[in-house]
Design a protein around this ligand. Structure first.
Ligand SMILES: [Zn+2]
Ligand SMILES: [Zn+2]
Length: 195
């Protein structure tokens, strides 16, 4: 386990909880909180605190997701990724963009080996290696009659989108990524975790 991962708060099962995961406190009713400012326009906030309450694996905290994406922080261990360093996105084959923040190579190697969902994905899971990425905005534009949220992708800082839609997440489009299946990357290229 990378040292920065070992310092993360743990789930009740003793598993380190990735920095981008949402935590729920007992009295949290799950309401979506929307606020507005001049920089982001309408946007979703989240008051959750890592280590307080119960983590919900698979659900990203919109506020930390946006911070990690914008600040080039690792979605697992939360530490900065050096400006010139290679970073890793994990997703489905040929994903055009990623909703999960970038990872340190060591953190990506760890996640692929211990996360049951990623592990079960096998050859369908791909890593995109890059040194940089471009952000876009995933905004909620409305709600359908059946209650599902409608969403659209906007360029980062789009001044019209700020007025029309509510920002939830940033999307990362990797610049000229090198793509490998996760098993191949782990076997051939990934940094090795010490036993
Ligand atoms: Zn949160
Ligand atoms: Zn990391």
């Amino acid at each position: 386990m990378p040292p920065a991962v070992a310092r993360l708060p743990r789930s009740s099962a003793g598993r380190p909880v990735p920095g981008n995961i949402t935590w729920y406190e007992r009295d949290d009713d799950g309401a979506i909180l929307v606020t507005r400012d001049t920089e982001l326009g309408g946007h979703i906030t989240c008051p959750c605190t890592p280590g307080t309450g119960t983590p919900r694996f698979g659900e990203q905290c919109p506020q930390r997701q946006r911070t990690f994406m914008a600040q080039r922080q690792c979605g697992l261990c939360t530490e900065n990724i050096e400006p010139t360093a290679e970073l890793v996105f994990i997703g489905e084959t040929n994903a055009p963009y990623y909703l999960e923040p970038p990872l340190h190579p060591l953190c990506a190697a760890y996640a692929l080996q211990v996360c049951p969902v990623l592990h079960a994905g096998g050859q369908r899971i791909e890593v995109a290696l890059t040194h940089s990425y471009t952000l876009a905005e995933d905004r909620i534009t409305g709600i359908s009659a059946d209650g599902t949220l409608r969403r659209s992708v906007f360029a980062l800082g789009d001044p019209v989108a700020r007025h029309l839609a509510v920002l939830q997440f940033y999307l990362a489009f990797p610049d000229t990524p090198e793509r490998l299946t996760a098993p191949n990357w782990l076997a051939q290229r990934a940094p090795k975790l010490l036993p």
